[in-house]
Design a protein around this ligand. Structure first.
Ligand code: GLA
Length: 394
C-alpha cells in the first residue's frame, strides 16, 4: 500500500528525532492550519465564523527530559533553540524566532497553573508561512497538545484553544481572536465548524461529500500592514460599541447589534466607524445564512454570500488589496465557481473559492494566468479538503 504524505512526514520526523537525540520520540502530535469559508473579522466582535481545518499541518515529536529545559529543533528552519522553563524569554529577532511559539505555550500553561515538563522536541510543518492559513495557530495548538500530553494532563479542547490564544496575545504579542486556535484544536474531517465565538461552542456542518471542492489561492503578496491595521479595526469596532451603547444600553459587542438597529443609529457613528460596524453586522448575518444554505444543499446561495462577504471586506472593512481582488476576479471568471473571497485577516495572503469538481482543471489553468496578467505575481493553488483537528499520533 502506498504511504500517505502524512506517513512520509511522520517517518521523516521520527528519523530526524532519532539522529538528533539518539532515541525514538515518545510522543508525536499534529495540528492543522485552517481556511475560513465565511465570517471574517467577526471573532473579536463575539460573532460567528465558519472555518475548516485543512490538510496542511505542524507535526511535533518529543521525549521527556529530566531537567526543566526545552531543547527544540525546527526542520523547516534547520535551527535549534533551547530555553529554560523557569525563565522563559521571548526571542526578539534572529533565526530562533520560530521557537517563540513553543516558549509562548510553555509560558501560557504556567500562567494557567499547569505543569510543564522538560522536553526534547522536533518540529516540522507544511502550512505555508505568512499566507494567512494560520501556521502560527497550528504551531501553538500542536505545542499545547504536546506539552500537556507530556505531563499526562488531558486538557479539554476549548481550553487548549484558549491557552493557545493567550500565548499568541500575551507572549507573541498579536491581539488575535479565537477562530484560528479553535478550529485547529476542534476541526472535524469533511466538516466546517460554525463557531459561536462568544459562547465558545460550535456545530460541525458537513461539507458536500462530492461535486464541490474548496480551493485556496495564495496571492504570494507579503502581508505587510496586517498587524497594525488589524489592531486599528479592533479599536474601530470597540468605538462603535461604545458610541452605540448610548442608544442600545444592553450591548457589549457588535454581535448584539443587527442591521436594522445599526441603520437606526447610523448618525451616532463617524462615517468610517459606521462602515466597519456595518461589515461586522452584515457578516454575522451572512455567516448564519450561509450555514442554513449549506444545510439545505443550496451551494449557489452559499457562493453568493461568499462573494458578498468579499465586497463587504473590500469596501466597508477595507482589509482587501489589489492582489486579493485580482485573484477573486480571476476565480469568479471561471464557470463552475460558486463564490470566491479573501480569507483570514487580509492585506495579502489567500483567497478561498468554492468550485464545482468538474471545473477544477479549468480553474488551475485559468486563475494563475489571469492573476499573473493582472499583478505580475505567481499564484499558488491548493485544492484542499476539510481535515481533522489536532490529534496525538503517538
Ligand atoms: C486572523 C485572526 C483571527 C481572525 C481573522 C479575521 O486570522 O487570527 O482571530 O480575527 O484574522 O477574521
Amino acid at each position: 500500500m502506498p504511504a500517505t504524505s502524512q506517513d512520509l512526514t511522520l517517518d521523516v520526523i521520527r528519523e530526524r528525532f532519532q539522529e538528533l537525540f539518539g532515541h525514538a520520540p515518545e510522543i508525536i502530535v499534529r495540528a492543522p492550519g485552517r481556511v475560513n469559508l465565511i465570517g471574517e473579522h467577526t471573532d473579536y466582535n463575539d460573532g460567528f465564523v465558519f472555518p475548516a481545518a485543512i490538510d496542511r499541518h505542524v507535526l511535533m515529536a518529543a521525549s521527556r527530559r529530566n531537567d526543566p529545559q526545552i531543547r527544540a529543533f525546527s526542520m523547516n528552519f534547520q535551527q535549534a533553540s533551547t530555553f529554560a522553563l523557569d525563565r522563559i524569554d521571548r526571542v526578539a529577532e534572529g533565526p530562533e524566532r520560530w521557537s517563540n511559539y513553543l516558549r509562548a505555550v510553555a509560558w501560557a500553561l504556567q500562567q494557567e497553573g499547569l505543569p510543564v515538563q522538560g522536553l526534547n522536541c522536533v518540529v516540522q510543518g507544511n502550512v505555508p508561512l505568512g499566507a494567512g492559513l494560520s501556521s502560527s495557530a497550528a504551531m501553538l495548538v500542536a505545542a499545547g497538545l504536546l506539552m500537556t500530553a507530556a505531563t499526562g494532563i488531558d486538557v479539554e479542547r476549548v481550553r487548549l484553544a484558549l491557552i493557545a490564544q493567550r500565548a499568541e496575545r500575551e507572549f507573541v504579542g498579536v491581539n488575535v481572536g479565537i477562530m484560528d486556535q479553535f478550529i485547529s484544536a476542534l476541526g472535524q474531517k469533511d466538516h466546517a465548524l460554525l463557531i459561536d465565538t462568544r459562547a465558545l461552542t460550535c456545530e460541525a456542518v458537513p461539507l458536500p461529500a462530492s461535486g464541490v471542492r474548496i480551493v485556496i489561492a495564495d496571492t504570494n503578496k507579503k502581508r505587510g500592514l496586517v498587524d497594525s491595521e488589524y489592531n486599528t479595526r479592533r479599536a474601530e469596532c470597540e468605538q462603535a460599541v461604545h458610541l452605540l451603547r448610548a442608544y442600545l444600553p444592553g450591548i457589549t459587542a457588535l454581535r448584539d447589534v443587527d442591521a436594522e438597529a445599526l441603520q437606526r443609529h447610523a448618525r451616532a457613528l463617524p462615517e468610517t466607524v459606521l462602515r466597519r460596524a456595518r461589515h461586522v453586522v452584515t457578516e454575522n448575518a451572512r455567516t448564519l445564512e450561509s450555514v442554513n444554505a449549506l444545510k439545505a444543499g443550496d451551494i449557489a446561495r452559499f457562493g453568493a454570500l461568499m462573494n458578498a462577504s468579499h465586497e463587504s471586506l473590500k469596501i466597508d472593512y477595507e482589509v482587501s488589496c489589489s492582489e486579493l481582488d485580482a485573484m477573486v476576479d480571476a476565480a469568479r471568471s471561471v464557470e463552475g465557481v460558486y463564490g470566491a473571497r479573501m480569507t483570514g485577516a487580509g492585506f495579502g495572503g489567500c483567497t478561498v473559492s468554492l468550485v464545482a469538481a468538474e471545473a477544477i482543471e479549468t480553474f488551475l489553468q485559468v486563475v494563475p494566468e489571469r492573476y499573473r496578467q493582472a499583478t505580475g505575481l505567481q499564484a499558488t493553488i491548493y485544492v484542499t479538503a476539510a481535515a481533522q483537528g489536532a490529534e496525538r499520533l503517538l
